[in-house]
Design a protein around this ligand. Structure first.
Ligand SMILES: [Cu+2]
Length: 660
């Protein structure tokens, strides 16, 4: 009923504002900005795109972009996949701060640990082209947090939707020329979503499965999350800015039907300080310093499942995990000769510890991730050279030293390792003619194996302490065509992996092995302004992976997928219809029990309007209530229970926002 009333309000709003149509819309402005700034190797997801959607997390918000997919394990905390690259192959940062999750099953993927109410926009780099951070061989996702506006201001936003979903956030700020401050708070809650067949995602299991939810948990909360953040900025001079921010997030009772356990809580602290000096002198153009610290405590168990019934404790299995990262970074840019030289150094330290307790081993503490510390120090230098004829050449190199050490005794024959690696890239951009930009790049990036891949000790998964660092050598070609009323871009890539870390079956357990692999793919993205205030947006992406060592497909590659959206957008209101589709995937790794998946097609409808400081958005996603899975919801993880989690059925949402 409540939803219906909002819907009525929205249509009134639309009728009222249609009378005032005519001016150039924000949509047109966005096409101009995106056309000018986005390259074939980068994408930007704007705050506007996030606010309009019913996305519950960053993963859901990002999946509309070409080249991005998610692994769904429950109602929230989706794991982001970029061009088939998962986990440590991609870097996920908040304002350049390195984030890691604590859970060995990636319940709390890095992007889960901040709220998108904090975020202004998200930038994505595809491929190993960022030399200023270690790892990120498949690319980098960096969320940029909101800054205080000038004077006193703030915003309030409330989303209500199907399955009792609530997203509420408030922030307030004060900005003076010399300093500014911002405070924010977000609350998220949801009941258990239903898929297109009318079943809740807690009802996926057969009635005999030990992993089925207990009757009392079937209709429980899917998650409840509180996030608070504060940011203080100082501007000691026209060319200098310092920022300090702190975030605390408490996520409770998060259901993961995909896995054997659910999370009791994730408690996250993030502290980030940075200082930037620009135009210091004719030579020193830019100088940035950053120091950060973040920590996650994660507790999961099976207390909501049948497997916990009749046990001496309230669970039959539990994992208590913690991770902590601290790091520092300095980067400078110098005008040198005809171009710009950038150089810098960085360091980070990550500790990861997970303790497992099961009824089978008498609830003894088992060092699942044995208190492993990773230290990494890196140096980089690059040069950007403008050439004649609209050509620009950019290139550089990076060297890293990594030490990894298990602090607790392990069951492995080696409990410490170290690596020295070198990476680099060359990028050529050619402004061929008015609005036409061509890109060619070759990059080679490396990342060390992580603590789990090296040292995990669990009946379901065993680390391999002799893994080598993974190297991705990637070739990219891209073309972008921008004109006054549209942009179109296309890119194609081929990644050649040496020592790709692949999951392999070994007897009754799973372990990791270095293999040679190859991933190639292509993306197409466009935004076009048509006559009559109509806009067309299209995205298409494809990836295919090959295990060259074992001559079979690489697991978990997305099929061909795309979105086509038509939008009517005038100054104060819009209506949009989007058609999303994915093809079938039959190239699978059968040795990991990966199964082919069917194609699907869904329709989303949304509308919104603005009235001074007020905005109202609403929509129906999966309008036809289709029952479908994304390909990446497949079993490959030894901690997965074997059921796939379907996407949401028809779901309705309304967002009311106020900015002052
Ligand atoms: Cu977990």
């Amino acid at each position: 009923m409540r939803i219906a009333r909002y819907g009525f309000g929205l249509s009134l709003c639309a009728v009222f504002f249609s009378a005032q149509a005519g001016a150039e819309s924000m949509q047109m402005e966005e096409i101009t900005v995106k056309g000018a700034t986005a390259t074939t190797q980068t994408e930007i997801l704007t705050g506007r795109e996030v606010r309009e959607s019913p996305a519950r997390d960053i993963g859901e918000a990002l999946k509309q972009m070409e080249g991005i997919d998610i692994v769904r394990k429950g109602a929230i905390a989706n794991d982001v996949v970029l061009r088939g690259q998962q986990k440590d192959n991609i870097n996920v940062f908040l304002d350049g701060m390195r984030l890691h999750g604590a859970c060995p099953s990636r319940m709390d993927s890095p992007a889960f640990h901040f709220d998108f109410a904090q975020v202004e926009e998200i930038s994505i780099v595809k491929g190993p082209y960022d030399l200023t951070s270690p790892g990120g061989i498949g690319g980098e996702i960096n969320a940029v947090s909101k800054k205080a506006g000038s004077g006193v201001g703030g915003d309030l936003s409330l989303t209500a939707g199907s399955y009792d979903m609530v997203n509420a956030s408030a922030s307030t700020w004060y900005g003076a020329p010399a300093y500014d401050a911002l405070l924010g708070y977000a609350y998220k809650y949801s009941g258990v979503p239903e898929s297109g067949d009318g079943r809740r995602i807690t009802e996926l299991y057969p009635s005999t499965s030990p992993n089925r939810y207990q009757p009392s948990a079937i209709d429980s909360r899917a998650y409840e999350i509180n996030t608070g953040w504060a940011k203080v900025g100082v501007n000691p001079g026209a060319n200098a800015r310092g920022e300090m921010s702190y975030t605390f997030q408490d996520a409770e009772h998060i259901l993961y039907p995909y896995l054997l356990m659910d999370a009791d809580y994730d408690r996250t602290h993030q502290l980030n300080w940075n200082y930037r000096l620009q135009n210091v002198s004719e030579t020193l153009r830019d100088l940035k310093f950053q120091v950060y610290w973040d920590q996650v405590r994660h507790l999961m168990d099976d207390k909501l499942r049948a497997s916990a019934l009749g046990r001496p404790r309230y669970y039959s299995m539990q994992t208590d995990a913690e991770t902590m990262v601290y790091g520092a970074k300095v980067t400078g840019a110098l005008a040198m000769g005809p171009g710009t030289l950038t150089a810098g150094a960085d360091y980070y330290n990550r500790n990861w510890d997970a303790v497992n307790r099961t009824v089978g081993s008498g609830y003894q503490d088992v060092a699942m991730i044995p208190d492993v510390t990773t230290d990494n120090v890196g140096f980089h230098a690059g040069y950007q050279l403008p050439l004649a004829g609209g050509l620009a050449l950019k290139g550089g190199a990076r060297a890293d030293l990594t030490w990894i050490d298990a602090g607790k005794p392990t069951n492995k024959s080696d409990s410490a390792t170290s690596f020295g690696t070198v990476s680099g890239n060359i990028q050529l951009v050619w402004d061929a003619s008015e609005g036409v930009e061509l890109f060619a790049g070759i990059g080679s990036g490396t990342r060390p194996p992580d603590a789990q891949e090296l040292y995990i000790n669990s009946p379901r998964q065993q680390g391999n302490p002799f893994l080598d660092p993974t190297r991705n050598t990637e070739v990219d070609l891209g073309v972008k065509y921008t004109a006054e009323r549209f942009f179109v871009k296309a890119s194609i890539f081929n990644s050649f992996f040496d020592d790709y870390v692949n999951q392999v079956p070994t007897g009754t357990t799973r372990s990791f092995a270095n293999i040679d692999a190859n991933i190639w793919g292509a993306e197409l993205g466009s935004q076009i302004a048509l006559p009559l205030n109509l806009y067309l947006k299209g995205a298409l992406s494809y990836t295919e992976g090959r295990n060259e060592t074992d001559h079979r497909p690489l697991s978990e590659m997305s099929p061909l997928k795309g979105t086509l959206a038509l939008r009517y957008d005038v100054d104060d209101w819009f209506v949009e219809v989007a058609e999303n589709a994915a093809g079938k995937r039959d190239e699978v790794d059968a040795t990991l029990n990966e199964l082919p998946s069917a194609g699907w097609m869904t329709t989303d409808v949304k509308a919104g309007c603005h009235y001074g400081p007020f905005s109202l958005y609403g929509g129906v996603y999966n309008l036809l209530d289709k029952f479908y899975y994304t390909h990446l919801s497949f079993l490959r993880d030894p901690f997965a229970s074997g059921v796939k989690v379907p996407e949401n059925g028809r779901n309705v949402y309304v967002t009311a926002a106020y900015r002052f």
